[in-house]
Every structure is written in C-alpha cells, then in structure tokens.
Design a protein around this ligand. Structure first.
Ligand code: PRP
Ligand code: MN
Ligand code: MG
Length: 181
C-alpha cells in the first residue's frame, strides 16, 4: 500500500483497536439479546467489514441481510437524498433487527433508514455503528451501540471509501486533503 500511504495523513484506528472494540460491542449485544434470534442488516457497501467481523464475533444465533442505500455518490458531502439501491430480502415482521453501519456522519442516512425499517413491523430496530462524528450531526439518531466517536475529518479504510477507493485498508485513516481538494 505504499502508493496509498501518500494519500493518508494519519492512521486514526489500527486493525487491533477496531477488533478490540468490535469484541466489546459484541459482548454488549450478546447480553442485550440473550435468548433471541437477531437479524443483522448491513448497509452496503461501507458496512461490509464491520458486518463480517461483528457477525463472526457474536455467539448468538443470527441471520444477515443487506440493504444498499447511498447518499454520497463520489463527493465528500452527504446530499441528504437517500436512495434504495437494493432492498432487504427478509420480512421484518416480528423480527429483532440490528442495523450494522460503518459510520454515522450527518446522520441523514440512518435516521431515514431507521424510520423506513421501523415501519415494516419489526419487534425492534436498533443501530450498531463502528464510528460516529458528533460534530457533523445534522439530525439526532438514536444509536444503541457506538464503537468510536471521531473528529470531523474525512476518514477511509475498513469499508469506508473516498470515490470507491481505500475500502480494503485494514485500519481507518484520515484522508490527506490533497486527495480531494
Ligand atoms: C456512507 C457511510 C454511511 C453514510 C453516513 O455511505 O457508509 O452509510 O455515508 O453518512 P450520513 O450519516 O451523513 O448519512 P455512502 O453513502 O458513502 O455509501 P457507501 O457505504 O457505499 O460508501
Ligand atoms: Mn454507507
Ligand atoms: Mg461512501
């Protein structure tokens, strides 16, 4: 990744720090959903890495489903316009749903998604996000599990992209301004 390194200004979270936090969140989820069967809903594409690691860390019976929504396109600013690119395959009636996300930035994507999924007859719909940017919030989102509150910088890696790049980095890093300015 030597050519990628020039695009990054600092490593924010290492692979180890991420995995330790996912284990902590998994223990909380196991305690809260003991005896239940969970439906994890991953939000494509950013949540792929969190979903893969969280699902394997959890010892509860669970199912995984996926939704693709996008509010960003190729830029660094959330447009606030959420589009469903792929809907769930599962019926949510009576299910315990946990939305899995990589990041809450403005909150627009998740506040919309929470309302959308809660209207489908689930018994409960909660959110687990690895990252949250408190200083970027445009709407308050009721989030049950948060890994890290981070500064309002553009971050990439571990599923997070800039123009579809850097998703495969193992850690999470701040994108150098020269990449998008
Ligand atoms: C990113 C990120 C979250 C959302 C957060 O997804 O993965 O889903 O933006 O932004 P918000 O809180 O301001 O709404 P994006 O729309 O870039 O799609 P992607 O997951 O395919 O990268
Ligand atoms: Mn996303
Ligand atoms: Mg994106």
């Amino acid at each position: 990744f030597s050519d990628v390194e020039a695009d990054l200004s600092e490593v924010l979270l290492s692979q180890e720090e991420i995995h330790e936090k996912i284990a902590v969140m998994a223990r909380q989820i196991e305690a809260d959903y003991a005896g239940e069967k969970l439906l994890l809903v991953g939000v494509l594409r950013g949540a792929v890495m969190v979903m893969a690691d969280l699902a394997r860390e959890l010892t509860l019976p669970l199912e995984m489903d996926w939704m693709a929504v996008s509010s960003y396109g190729a830029g660094t600013q959330s447009s606030g316009v959420v589009r469903i690119l792929k809907d769930l395959d599962s019926d949510l009636q009576g299910r315990k749903v946990l939305i899995v996300e990589d990041i809450i930035d403005s909150g627009l994507t998740l506040s919309w998604l929470l309302g959308n999924l809660r209207s489908r007859g689930a018994e409960s719909v909660e959110i687990c996000t690895l990252l949250r940017k408190p200083d970027a919030a445009k709407v308050e989102v009721d989030v049950r599990y948060v890994g890290f509150d981070i500064p309002n910088a553009f971050v990439v890696g571990y599923g997070l992209d800039y123009a579809e790049k850097y998703r495969n980095l193992r850690g999470i890093a701040v994108l150098a301004p020269h990449v998008y300015e």
